[in-house]
Design a protein around this ligand. Sequence first.
Ligand code: MV4
Length: 512
Amino acid sequence: MFNKVLVANRGEIALRVVRACQELGVRSVAVYSEADARAPHVREADEAVCIGPPPSSQSYLLGDKLIEVAKQTGAEAIHPGYGFLSERAWFARAVRDAGLVFIGPPAEAIEAMGSKTSARQLVTAAGVPVVPGTTEALRDASEAEAIADTFGYPVLLKAAAGGGGKGMRVVHKASEMASALESAKREAQNAFGDDAVYVEKYIQGPRHVEIQVLADTHGTVLHLGERECSLQRRHQKMLEEAPSPAVSPELRARMGETAAAAARAAGYVNAGTCEFLLDRDGQFYFLEMNTRIQVEHPVTELVMGLDLVQWQLRIAAGEKLPFDQKSFTPRGWAIECRITSEDPANGFLPSTGRITHLHVPSGPGVRWDGGIEAGSEIGLNYDPMLAKLIVHAPTRLLAIARMQRALRELVIDGVETSRGFHLRLLEHPDVRSGDITIQWLEAHLNELTGAPATADTIQLAAIAAALAADHDRNVRSAGAGEPTGGAAAGADTVPHRDAWRAVARRESLRRD
Ligand code: MV4
């Protein structure tokens, strides 16, 4: 095992990695921006190094600087967490070239899965079902129309460099193709610096179900069951659970073997996740592979009974996985709520300020993975997720009851949070019965926020979206060389009264 690991992240995931290091007897080096000098991840690590000003473009995204700090402090490995540099193949390669260990997959696997068209080619060759469509970029609208005719409308145009929903357009009929292709290409160019767009059949009303995989350097690839992640708003998950109410043991085995085959095809090592769409008649389709530890990994840890972050470290150190596939059956039910500093009653407007009081829920089956404490200053430089509240119970309804109890115990004073929204979500009959799709949350926002969409909030959302797109463009054109994926911040300070700016900034800072 390593003697010392550098944690190239902030917030709850940095603290999560520091905790894993402590339990493995590994010394940890935290890095922090000037805004995070007093953050919990900094205090809990064995050492900490300030790496720059608050904007992540001048701190957490400076790959070369992080490698330099690792060498200076004698760290042998770097854990990237999620977001920031975690899925940048160039960073994984630079870490390796510096003689350090990247705690994640090989750069080649990140690259292979980074392009959606190359991932589709790769996994299709391994027998993995993908949504019918192309594996090459479209040349023009007439080619797109010809392909769409072979499987019928609606179809979905997607950016090859994409992920997270950017550069996607639903096309309902041939006459809409040309303009949809043009705008998808423009959005893809702005977001990723690559205007390649391909076409898939549009799957209507599916669930988002993802499979956790764990692979070692000795050729073992295990699948650790699914997470149900359909409850999302604008591609931001709000609540995740394991197992999925829609997945039988038989389907779990088939999806798991499929995910393991996709991982093997990519030469995958370490923890990763295959995303699938699961449609109403139980058909599943590979969408993409996330080549990092994910925000929602704790629900898998709780039902499968292992520590994924510790295993990331062990795998990176060359250990062999000592499990066999048969030992993984989900036990009970786990649910995670992402507690964010957003105001659901106000179009999920980001809320800033100092946390004046924090009471963390506890008791049977409750886990809190947080990156905040009383006194923390919540600004606009980073993702609005403050903490994750995770529960584990014998059954789904008991897990829901436990989450409701824990949410009621939670007190966060000083900023608006998603707590009340999560409480209302868990009261909804559709959520309680598990009858949800990827469209469900956005279709039920009004009943959940108690704030019917007014002309004001609709306009606010439109302005915010336009500004977020514009902000991404600026970030792209400002940063020569490697793409930043929109994670970097723009201006240093934002007056809080400019709420619409705040929405736009936060939309562009999401990192998982
Ligand atoms: C789809 C789809 C329907 N049909 N592909 C969204 C982001 C990217 N990961 C893929 N996404 C989708 N691809 C086909 N052929 C619907 C989505 C989608 C979605 C997927 C997972 C979770 C939430 C989503 C929200 C909207 C659309």
